[in-house]
Design a protein around this ligand. Structure first.
Ligand code: UDP
Ligand code: MN
Length: 272
């Protein structure tokens, strides 16, 4: 299938590490869809070449490039910078349908059946379940929708300062209109809900399909021992047993498939 893609976003080399693990996890589970990553000019050239060895398409977008009035209104809202960048996914009109996934997500199995869903499908947010979480969603690229979103952003802003508030206000009938557009929580399992509802996790958790490491501490902020294959905790982190096992999965992929690519790049840069 060449007209459908998984899309992610990385605005710097740090988030690229997440994007690379996500892309590799989709490949490991043999997705039949294309892989695309949106980046901004801050991403280094070396990282771009590593991204292009995992993703079919590396698409550079520039927040400040376009200068119509809507963009200018947005530029006066620096907190919407990342929001703006995520919205660019609607411009990928060479695809008929896409699944956006945050760079801090990881697939645990093939999830190509997500493409059977329609725009706008997403899973409930664990903090406020009448809102969807914008870390995983199904959408149809369209310049019309893109422009409506920009206009909406300029007029109303975002109630949480990020893309999730904006998208929830824009697709405001998500909670009530069509249960078919509610993805099961298993497609966007926030690693924090593992401990907020332990019995549910014990009952359903083995069917998890996508883990989302939402919150301030990302997998790349932890330390990993490749010998023991364990994630190590220090004073600044407090992950539960189950969280640690998801983190270890992330690190397994990172150390087996991504680190070698980054090390190769480093050697090439040193010999230049
Ligand atoms: N993102 C990025 N650079 C940033 C912040 C966010 O590229 O500095 C992208 C990345 O794809 C990330 C997504 O925006 O996964 C949403 O941000 P984040 O995952 O940090 O938010 P959370 O899920 O923790 O609310
Ligand atoms: Mn996220």
């Amino acid at each position: 299938v060449t007209d459908q893609a998984f899309v992610t976003l990385a605005t710097d080399d740090v988030y690229c590490q997440g994007a690379l693990v996500l892309g590799q996890s989709l490949k490991n589970h043999k997705t039949s869809r294309k892989l695309a990553v949106l980046i901004t000019p801050e991403v280094s050239n070396g990282m771009k070449s590593v991204l292009s060895s995992v993703f079919d398409e590396v698409i550079e977008v520039d927040v400040l490039d376009s200068a119509d009035s809507v963009h200018l209104a947005l530029m006066q809202r620096p907190e919407l910078g990342v929001t703006f960048t995520k919205l660019h996914c609607w411009t990928l009109t060479h695809y008929s349908k896409c699944v956006f996934m945050d760079a801090d997500t990881l697939v645990l199995c093939n999830v190509d059946e997500l493409f059977d869903r329609e725009e706008f499908s997403a899973a409930p947010d664990s903090g406020w379940p009448d809102c969807f979480n914008s870390g995983v969603f199904v959408f149809r690229p369209s310049l019309k929708t893109y422009n409506l979103l920009l206009q909406f952003a300029a007029e109303h802003g975002s109630f949480d300062g990020g893309d999730q508030g904006l998208l929830n206000s824009f697709f405001s009938n998500w909670a009530t209109a069509d249960i078919g557009k509610h993805l099961p929580f298993l497609y966007n399992l926030s690693s924090s809900s593992v401990y907020t509802y332990v019995p549910a996790f014990n009952h359903f958790g083995s069917d998890a399909k996508v883990v989302h490491f939402l919150g301030a501490t990302k997998p790349w902020n932890y330390k990993y021992n490749p010998q023991t294959k364990r994630v190590m905790q220090d004073g600044t982190t407090s992950a539960s047993f189950h969280q640690l096992s998801f983190l270890a999965l992330w690190w397994d992929i990172y150390s087996a498939s991504i680190l070698p690519l980054l090390e190769k790049l480093q050697k090439m840069e040193e010999s230049e």
